[in-house]
Ligand binder design. Structure first.
Ligand SMILES: [Zn+2]
Ligand SMILES: [Zn+2]
Length: 191
């Protein structure tokens, strides 16, 4: 069975005892099924995001601290040269336990919606033993990406006349401006 795209971000915390102060560390890769990023630059589908994660039991839930690293691919906004960018981010999130009294899935869902209504804090909630890392990882990567990626800070872009990178052209490079009215005519003088 092919997992739903978001399932790759689910992490089971079942070997972490639910006693405050308990702690476990994990190191793993998430192969992303779809690109994560913005239009001009992103971690591409099929690439790995490396995660070094520590889970800590606290009274309200599980505290997740993770260093995530990945490589984003995009192109320079000025010269269209492909570029790669190292992403290194630290995320820290508290995943709250689901409300205690809820037994059935429907009750849990209702309780979760009520909790969501109470504080618009975008609190993250455990789903049973599962922690869904998708939102914090996506947010961290998107925040780390430049809106205008450049190959170098001083990239001069492309010559508007011929489309060649300025860095490859001589400094006196220029185009003769030909009057479009004459450009299409044969040279009568040579006939
Ligand atoms: Zn460039
Ligand atoms: Zn040119």
């Amino acid at each position: 069975m092919v997992p739903r795209p978001s399932e790759v971000y689910l992490f089971s915390s079942h070997d972490l005892p639910r006693r405050s102060g308990e702690m476990r560390e994990y190191s793993f890769d998430i192969t992303v099924p779809e690109r994560v990023g913005i239009d001009v630059i992103a971690v591409l589908g099929g690439e790995d995001i490396h995660v070094e994660m520590r889970l800590e039991s606290v009274s309200e839930g599980v505290l997740v601290s993770a260093d995530i690293s990945a490589i984003a691919d995009g192109e320079c906004m000025r010269c269209l040269e492909p570029i790669e960018l190292d992403i290194d981010r630290r995320i820290q999130e508290l995943y709250r336990y689901e409300p205690q009294k809820a037994h059935t899935k429907a009750e849990r869902k209702r309780a979760r919606e009520e909790a969501d209504d109470l504080d618009d804090d975008d609190d993250l909630m455990m789903d049973g033993d599962f922690i869904n890392l998708e939102t914090p990882i996506r947010d961290a990567i998107v925040l780390d990406l430049p809106i205008n990626p450049l190959c170098t800070l001083d990239c001069a872009g492309l010559c508007a006349g011929c489309g060649v990178k300025w860095s490859l052209l001589p400094s006196d490079h220029a185009h003769e401006l030909i009057d479009p009215r004459w450009a299409g005519l044969p040279d009568l003088g040579e006939q």
